[in-house]
Design a protein. Structure first.
Length: 260
């Protein structure tokens, strides 16, 4: 009886979630050359339109659709989202973010693929924020690559080595204050699986790059420093989780009937 009660409580918890994130995906293959711009991506069920803000300063910055293999990155689609902001000390910056259609619910996962090669140079950086309160809201998770091969999560080195294999990053809301962060190492040697304490559920993300090492020129052939992103996903939808819990309840009830 205690087990059934626990399952019922879980079902009620899921059912009580309002505006849970809508399950869905987005991929750069749906965009044509030059079409990944501020306001693009409208009509996607799971994500709002892209917010892309660039500042050239004394250099150049922007977003493009390109092939990560041009930056010697492996394991990504030949059509991916790319960012550039160059060169060092130029003040060039670019941010590309989206809000979810509803914040993540307990049990839901947001994921994407991220590929990088060279570091960003002496005073540049690239990475992403997982946020609450919109694209420019509170940063819950920040993963950053700066002037060397290290990757940091909220300021702490995660121990990934240098490599050019694309990383799949996923963020699963375990409960109201715990976000599970997982990723594969870009050198193929290991992985990350860490829980982060949060104050509120994620409802947006922001990719960024600023004043990375590079000469000016065409962004796709600029150099190997620019980051690429792709394969955005939110899974599963809350109704799927509720059905799974109902199924579990049925199994428990059936076992109890057999024992009677």
């Amino acid at each position: 009886m205690k087990t059934i009660a626990c399952v019922m409580m879980s079902i009620l918890a899921f059912a009580s979630i309002s505006r849970a994130a809508v399950e869905g995906s987005d991929n750069a293959s749906a965009y044509g050359p030059g079409t990944w711009t501020n306001g693009s991506g409208t009509g996607n069920a799971a994500f709002s339109a892209w917010s892309i803000v660039g500042n050239n300063a004394s250099g150049g910055a922007g977003a493009f659709i390109g092939d990560p293999a041009a930056g010697s990155i492996s394991g990504m689609s030949t059509t991916s989202f790319g960012l550039y902001a160059n060169p060092n000390s130029s003040g060039a910056t670019v941010d590309a973010g989206r809000t979810f259609v509803g914040a993540l619910a307990v049990g839901q996962t947001f994921s994407f693929v991220w590929g990088i090669n060279y570091d960003s140079g002496s005073d540049g950086a690239k990475g992403f924020h997982i946020t609450s309160g919109g694209v420019n809201g509170t940063s819950l998770v920040n993963v950053n690559n700066g002037g060397n091969a290290d990757l940091t999560l909220n300021g702490n080195n995660i121990g990934f080595g240098y490599g050019t294999t694309a990383m799949t990053w996923s963020f699963t809301l375990l409960d109201s204050t715990t976000l599970r962060v997982q990723a594969n190492d870009r050198d193929g040697s290991g992985s990350l699986d860490q829980n982060v304490t949060i104050a509120s559920a994620p409802d947006a993300f922001r990719f960024y790059a600023f004043q990375m090492q590079a000469p000016l020129g065409d962004p796709v052939s600029r150099d190997n420093a620019q980051p690429y992103f792709n394969d955005l996903q939110i899974v599963p939808e809350p109704s799927t989780m509720v059905m799974a819990l109902l199924g579990a309840l049925g199994v428990v009830a059936a076992r109890r009937r057999r024992l009677v």
